[in-house]
Design a binder for this molecule. Sequence first.
Ligand SMILES: *[C@@H]1O[C@H](CO)[C@@H](O)[C@H](O)[C@H]1NC(C)=O
Ligand SMILES: *[C@@H]1O[C@H](CO)[C@@H](O)[C@H](O)[C@H]1NC(C)=O
Ligand SMILES: *[C@@H]1O[C@H](CO)[C@@H](O)[C@H](O)[C@H]1NC(C)=O
Ligand SMILES: *[C@@H]1O[C@H](CO)[C@@H](O)[C@H](O)[C@H]1NC(C)=O
Ligand SMILES: *[C@@H]1O[C@H](CO)[C@@H](O)[C@H](O)[C@H]1NC(C)=O
Ligand SMILES: *[C@@H]1O[C@H](CO)[C@@H](O)[C@H](O)[C@H]1NC(C)=O
Ligand SMILES: *[C@@H]1O[C@H](CO)[C@@H](O)[C@H](O)[C@H]1NC(C)=O
Ligand SMILES: *[C@@H]1O[C@H](CO)[C@@H](O)[C@H](O)[C@H]1NC(C)=O
Ligand SMILES: *[C@@H]1O[C@H](CO)[C@@H](O)[C@H](O)[C@H]1NC(C)=O
Length: 524
Amino acid sequence: MVVIQLFLLTLISGVHPQTFKEIHRQAGDIVALYCEVKHGDAKILWKRDDNQSVILYNNMSSDEQRQIGVVVHKQSLVILSASVNHQGNYTCSVGNSSRWSRFRLTVHTHFREHDNITCYTSALCQLHCPTTNVPATSFSNRSITWPKGPEYGNFPSVEKEHSGIYTCTWYFPYHGQTYNVTFEVRLDVQEFDTPRTADILKPRETTFEVELGSPKVIDCEALTWSCTNSVLYWLSNFDFVDEDRPSRVSFNQTCPSDKNSKEIKRTAPLVFTKVLEEDLSKNFTCVLQHDGQTLSYVTITLTQKARPSHTSLAVCTVVLTVLSAVMVFICVKFKVDISLFLRDTLGCHSSTSDGKSYDAFLMCYESDTDGGFNAHDRKMLESVLEERFGYSLCLYDRDVLPGRAVAQVVLDCIEQSRAVVLVPTSPDPGPGSGLLSAIHEALVERQTRLVFINTETPKVSRSGSIPKALQLLSESGNHVAWKGMSSMPPSSSFWKQLRYHLPAPQRAPKIQLLLQTIQDVSSK
Ligand SMILES: *[C@@H]1O[C@H](CO)[C@@H](O)[C@H](O)[C@H]1NC(C)=O
Ligand SMILES: *[C@@H]1O[C@H](CO)[C@@H](O)[C@H](O)[C@H]1NC(C)=O
Ligand SMILES: *[C@@H]1O[C@H](CO)[C@@H](O)[C@H](O)[C@H]1NC(C)=O
Ligand SMILES: *[C@@H]1O[C@H](CO)[C@@H](O)[C@H](O)[C@H]1NC(C)=O
Ligand SMILES: *[C@@H]1O[C@H](CO)[C@@H](O)[C@H](O)[C@H]1NC(C)=O
Ligand SMILES: *[C@@H]1O[C@H](CO)[C@@H](O)[C@H](O)[C@H]1NC(C)=O
Ligand SMILES: *[C@@H]1O[C@H](CO)[C@@H](O)[C@H](O)[C@H]1NC(C)=O
Ligand SMILES: *[C@@H]1O[C@H](CO)[C@@H](O)[C@H](O)[C@H]1NC(C)=O
Ligand SMILES: *[C@@H]1O[C@H](CO)[C@@H](O)[C@H](O)[C@H]1NC(C)=O
């Protein structure tokens, strides 16, 4: 029962409730207590307890903290220069919860923490300066020296006589002072004893594209035969990358099982919470070690994701500009054909009924040239519009009931039509022409859609003779040029222009209706 309770307590707090984490340091060294209690967003509280007092570090200002040489940094409590006064018991906890973890710090006059390392002859040998209770990289721009060892602690090809004790010192510049901690590494170089297969499988490539300011994960995967005896870790320019810490750059080592087997894939993804410019100038090395011996390593660098160059951008811009100019040209040049095509094939025209019974009213005006429409031309115009293109026309001599005032009758006709087509006529134009001045105001007032058919060459000499009303109307309407014989075929530009300026016919062309009627009749 007690065991179960203890187990539950361990689960809840993450730490065995009764144990202290023992930390030993030489006086003068920097030391960091790292709180492993998972905290989410809650604040970690640090306190030192002894019989006399309880010192809470969190409610001190950072200046006060520096004065007593104890700084709270993220999840750790950093004692800048350990002295016997700092000796004692420390507790970290999360908010007012029951999760906490305890440390016992002992400060010695002479003490060197050490690591043992075994390397094999003629192979790369990397001495690790221990990082136990050393502040995270985010605390300070730390650096390392190996006073009697090789540069960066790196023997490219180690030999038996390299065996011995090496010291390494971490330096932490912090607020104008440099703090340090020294460790020992005891190197034992042995004859190389061929190991079983072990190699780094990933990464295969040596450069990775990154975006500054974004997160990035680079996988490192290695084949090994033991989880306990092997390690996979990352170096950044020969400095160790933090493991499992909430640093900007860290790695997370996992091994599927602890049992030795023939082949185990262990992984250590390198995680950037945010890639910075400084990372671009660094070498990142994933190292696989077995019993302290480096079996394999892969070095990668980061490059900034290529942006489209200025020249290709310029080319794109030019191409796009030319393309849009061509599109605009095509649209302007062929707007008539395009809109007629859309109208005819896709039926793209407004189908809303405006209550008018005619599409257009044909009205004559006296042409000032000889090229105007004669009676035969007018008949042709009417029949092509009605029979071929399906417009319904209001014609003066057909649809206007006699016996009323001419002007009123014509206005009624205009009222019932969606557009007015003004047709130049050469011989006496008939009743429409003289009316123009009479109905001019009504046309302007109702904003009637006007389409002017012009003869090809208006005679400038006689321009004075154009009635003023006609001239005013001519300015507000659309113009379509009639070129005599060449405008006759229904495929000519005259008809296209005319149809373009007229609204789409509201009912199907008569030919289609006729065909439909024939079909209906024959099917019965
Ligand atoms: C506090 O002091 C008493 C004696 O004065 C001692 O018995 C006890 O163990 C001390 N407790 C701690 C936590 O140091
Ligand atoms: C720090 O916290 C303790 C206990 O909660 C309190 O007595 C003390 O006044 C606080 N000090 C400051 C500077 O807030
Ligand atoms: C730290 O805690 C241990 C165990 O509770 C106790 O024996 C020791 O006296 C404490 N040390 C200090 C400096 O309070
Ligand atoms: C813990 O603190 C929260 C607010 O931060 C409060 O709501 C809650 O009651 C506290 N729990 C205890 C046991 O004091
Ligand atoms: C290193 O090796 C020595 C002698 O073999 C041993 O006494 C010591 O405990 C080892 N240290 C570690 C940290 O394993
Ligand atoms: C690291 O050094 C740079 C300048 O070299 C400085 O801007 C930055 O604040 C330093 N970082 C830390 C954590 O001291
Ligand atoms: C470490 O710093 C202390 C002062 O805090 C200094 O006396 C000592 O020489 C430094 N050690 C090294 C190896 O630089
Ligand atoms: C490490 O990886 C494991 C499994 O992928 C995940 O559960 C854990 O949260 C990771 N730890 C960190 C610090 O990223
Ligand atoms: C990174 O590695 C390349 C070749 O591996 C080397 O030339 C370069 O000096 C290294 N850069 C740093 C900062 O270590």
